[in-house]
Design a binder for this molecule. Structure first.
Ligand SMILES: Cc1cc2nc3c(=O)[nH]c(=O)nc-3n(C[C@H](O)[C@H](O)[C@H](O)COP(=O)(O)OP(=O)(O)OC[C@H]3O[C@@H](n4cnc5c(N)ncnc54)[C@H](O)[C@@H]3O)c2cc1C
Ligand SMILES: *[C@@H]1O[C@H](CO)[C@@H](O)[C@H](O)[C@H]1NC(C)=O
Ligand SMILES: *[C@@H]1O[C@H](CO)[C@@H](O)[C@H](O)[C@H]1NC(C)=O
Ligand SMILES: *[C@@H]1O[C@H](CO)[C@@H](O)[C@H](O)[C@H]1NC(C)=O
Ligand SMILES: *[C@@H]1O[C@H](CO)[C@@H](O)[C@H](O)[C@H]1NC(C)=O
Ligand SMILES: *[C@@H]1O[C@H](CO)[C@@H](O)[C@H](O)[C@H]1NC(C)=O
Ligand SMILES: *[C@@H]1O[C@H](CO)[C@@H](O)[C@H](O)[C@H]1NC(C)=O
Ligand SMILES: *[C@@H]1O[C@H](CO)[C@@H](O)[C@H](O)[C@H]1NC(C)=O
Ligand SMILES: *[C@@H]1O[C@H](CO)[C@@H](O)[C@H](O)[C@H]1NC(C)=O
Ligand SMILES: *[C@@H]1O[C@H](CO)[C@@H](O)[C@H](O)[C@H]1NC(C)=O
Ligand SMILES: *[C@@H]1O[C@H](CO)[C@@H](O)[C@H](O)[C@H]1NC(C)=O
Length: 636
């Protein structure tokens, strides 16, 4: 049995020891107290033991020589609530999330909303809803298009890393046959410690709803969620198929590593990147529960400091370290070391809208409604789960969805695309936005205007849960951009100020209205759904005119699907970028960002799989030596 080395603060060593031994009785983990066992210097210090941080740490330590320290704010534990598959939201209700509220959203009647991100070893991969999807080819080609020449930040450049990132295990043949599931292993790999696997049951309703999309024109069925094509498809879940438990960055990239060169310290908040001039030399951190900036520990990085604190915290840590927009740093009384206007700007997340359709009586049999209402089914489900960990309780959030291009859902696609192109883009950013950031936004809007009128980018996302109701609609490419900045009222830099600036570009309302109208069309103007006797529960038939829809969206929109990206964007510096194509922070040396914050624009899908792929690519870039062009060293 292999193990990894865990270093905990003196205060938590006992708890961790107990928990660790329970979780890994067979392993010989070395638990060392901070005071005596932290090395004086590491080759790489990684800030954040989340999805990207643990992936990069695992790859960099594979040689057995390179020394890496990961510093994680949250605890190093794996409670049952994290492991649980059923429903997909065990992690979310586990309590291991940051307690951050957005600033009041002026376009949402001043509502504030919870900013969700994992605060535990494993990061958001420990608390997410387990949906395992990618964007389309165009989503990734768009990233490279912001750089001149041929960038390998493209679908082709990332595909080897998508393969490396996850270990695909096909569904049970009987379930696949009866649910008419399709998949194609050519888009997947089989080597990672993080699994993409399938539940041992599917509701017949899932298949019925998916196939009903054949009743509306233009919808494709690409046959695999990893093909990079929009359409209606099945997708796996982040699950260890043997244990039927969450598979995530901790189980895949930390546990079972017997490497004395791979260290992790939990319960520790990084407060600052140490800079000699503009060269990163290490970090300082404090115990997570410390209220003041006392009891600071300094650790030296002889090669690089690697930021992997996620889309909310990486820009915050850069700003606290004097790297960011001068105006914002000055207002917070932080000395500007590198005036980098893009840090914390260009903030994006997937807006989520409720739309509840209730399927009272699907004409095809067996009816999922019957199953849900039926006590025999419910007790069978419990029994097979208890005895064999099979059945409906092995489903996380569900394994199918529709991801559709805008011309497929809207007859107004070309008009709406032209309207976006004609906008004065900078008018939708905060008044004092730096011209480089505004130029980057304009470049993004031009790319999205083209995507709105093409069939290779999905805008509409309808999640199919196979039950008696369905209800989530997602706008995959919002046009509004927010900010994540230091709070001048918080001298200890505990919590950043998060502003989604939801609906700051009013065309988001137009696009979401089209998304809702199409969902209604799917349910009520479709030969294949006509017999279902569906009722629209939310928003309901009283919502009809553009004005009705606008009011409903303002009242009900959630500006986040917990996919914060863009705040340390990989863009040219003259387009407000924060990192270059090697993920190095502009104007600095020995400092990179490797997490969700580097995505310049959202992919048209949940972000976790993309973060794993970025992190795998980042590890190759780092191993190949800074400044050299990254090459995929993975076999296709
Ligand atoms: C509730 C929820 C549901 C989601 N559902 C899905 C889904 O179903 N499918 C999907 O694909 N994606 C989903 N996502 C999104 C996905 O999980 C994230 O995009 C991805 O995990 C982010 O990876 P990351 O490495 O950028 O950040 P994280 O994995 O969040 O890692 C950042 C780490 O840095 C640590 N950190 C932060 N600040 C500091 C500091 N100062 N010092 C030390 N450490 C620090 C954090 O504690 C955290 O562990 C969901 C996210 C959430 C929160
Ligand atoms: C773990 O590593 C140590 C030191 O390299 C070695 O002695 C031990 O045999 C390894 N254990 C396993 C199970 O590989
Ligand atoms: C939102 O807050 C702002 C600033 O406090 C205020 O001017 C505005 O009237 C508020 N809007 C609503 C709808 O309450
Ligand atoms: C799987 O995808 C590959 C392309 O990656 C394609 O060549 C092949 O025909 C597909 N197989 C099936 C069965 O669809
Ligand atoms: C995209 O698909 C729609 C619906 O099938 C079709 O009307 C349109 O012509 C297509 N557009 C392009 C650019 O292929
Ligand atoms: C800071 O950098 C300078 C120039 O490279 C070097 O001479 C000096 O030793 C460094 N100081 C520290 C504390 O590392
Ligand atoms: C500093 O840390 C030590 C040991 O970790 C602890 O005993 C002490 O109470 C801490 N002091 C403060 C002010 O937090
Ligand atoms: C469901 O629909 C069928 C066919 O339309 C009908 O015969 C049956 O009574 C309905 N069942 C319920 C529970 O409404
Ligand atoms: C209850 O559900 C089971 C399993 O789906 C099914 O076999 C049975 O016919 C259902 N019973 C009723 C009364 O609908
Ligand atoms: C559990 O699995 C075993 C072996 O496949 C099977 O014989 C048994 O019937 C299953 N139990 C239940 C309750 O389904
Ligand atoms: C575009 O918007 C910016 C910011 O609001 C404004 O300064 C500028 O004058 C506008 N340009 C035009 C041509 O309207």
């Amino acid at each position: 049995m292999r193990s990894f080395q865990v270093i905990t603060t003196a205060a938590t060593v006992l708890t961790s020891l107990v928990l660790h031994c329970e979780a890994h009785r067979a392993l010989s983990a070395t638990i060392i107290t901070r005071a005596t066992k932290l090395l004086p210097s590491y080759d790489y210090v990684i800030v954040g033991g989340g999805t990207a941080g643990l992936t990069v740490a695992d790859r960099l330590t594979e040689d057995g020589k390179t020394t890496v320290l990961v510093i994680e704010y949250g605890p190093n534990i794996m409670p049952n609530s994290i492991k649980t598959i059923s429903g997909g939201f065990g992690g979310m209700s586990s309590g291991y999330l940051y307690d951050i509220q957005s600033v009041p959203q002026v376009n949402l009647q001043n509502r504030t909303t919870a900013v969700q991100a994992g605060k535990i070893v494993g990061g958001s991969s420990a608390v997410n809803a387990l949906m395992t999807v990618r964007g389309t080819t165009e989503d990734y080609d768009r990233w490279g298009s912001f750089f001149s020449g041929s960038s390998d930040w493209s679908w082709q450049g990332l595909l080897p890393y998508f393969r490396k990132a996850l270990n695909f295990v096909p569904p049970n043949a009987d379930v696949a046959a009866s649910a008419r599931m399709t998949y194609n292993t050519s888009y997947w790999g089989t080597t990672s410690g993080v699994y993409a696997a399938w539940p041992s049951f599917q509701y017949p309703g899932t298949t019925l709803i998916m196939e009903a999309f054949k009743g509306l024109p233009g919808v494709e069925f690409p046959g695999d969620s990893g093909s990079g094509k929009p359409g209606v498809y099945w997708y796996p879940q982040f699950m260890d198929p043997k244990k039927v438990e969450r598979s995530y960055a901790k189980t895949g990239h930390l546990d079972n590593q017997n490497r004395s060169n791979y260290h992790l310290i939990a319960d520790s908040r990084v407060t600052k990147i140490l800079l000699n001039g503009t060269t990163a030399t290490g970090v300082t951190f404090i115990p997570a529960n410390s209220k003041l900036l006392t009891n600071t520990t300094t650790v030296v990085a002889s090669k690089e400091v690697i930021l992997a604190a996620g889309g909310i915290h990486s820009p915050h840590i850069l700003q606290l370290s004097g790297i960011g927009p001068k105006k914002i740093l000055t207002a917070a009384k932080i000395d500007t070391i590198v005036d980098l206007p893009g840090v914390g700007q260009n903030f994006q997340d997937h807006p989520m809208l409720q739309a509840t359709y209730q399927y009272r009586n699907l004409s095809a049999k067996p009816s999922p409604d019957d199953m849900f209402m039926n006590a025999t089914f419910a007790s069978w489900a419990q029994n097979v789960w208890r005895t064999n960990k099979t059945g409906p309780n092995s489903i996380a959030t569900g394994n199918a969805a529709a991801w559709l291009p805008f011309p497929v859902i809207s007859t107004r696609a070309s008009t709406i695309s032209s309207q976006l192109l004609a906008q004065n883009h900078s008018a939708y950013l905060p008044a004092d936005t730096d011209p480089t950031v505004a130029a980057g936004y304009a470049a993004q809007m031009r790319a999205l205007a083209s995507a709105l009128n093409g069939n290779n980018t999905a805008f509409f996302n309808f999640v199919i849960t196979g039950g008696s109701t369905s209800g989530i609609l997602i706008d995959l490419h919002p046009l509004s951009r927010g900010t994540v900045n230091v709070d001048p009222r918080d001298p200890y830099g505990r919590v950043p100020m998060v502003d989604y600036r939801a609906l700051s570009n009013p065309m988001d309302v137009t696009i979401m209205t089209e998304i809702h109208r199409y969902a209604r069309k799917f349910h009520f103007e479709n030969p294949l759904t006509a017999t279902w006797r569906t009722t629209e529960v939310v928003p309901g038939t009283s919502v009809q005119s553009d004005k009705d829809w606008e009011e409903y969206i303002i009242e009900s929109l959630s500006p986040s699907e917990f996919h914060p990206v863009g705040t340390c964007a990989m863009m040219p510096r003259e387009l407000g970028g924060v990192v270059d194509e090697q993920l190095r922070v502009y104007g600095t040396k020995n400092l990179r960002v490797v997490d969700a914050s580097v995505m310049p624009t959202l992919p048209g899908g949940n972000t976790c799989q993309t973060v794993y792929a970025i992190a795998e690519k980042a590890a190759d870039i780092i191993r190949s030596g800074a400044g050299t062009k990254a090459r995929a060293t993975v076999l296709a």
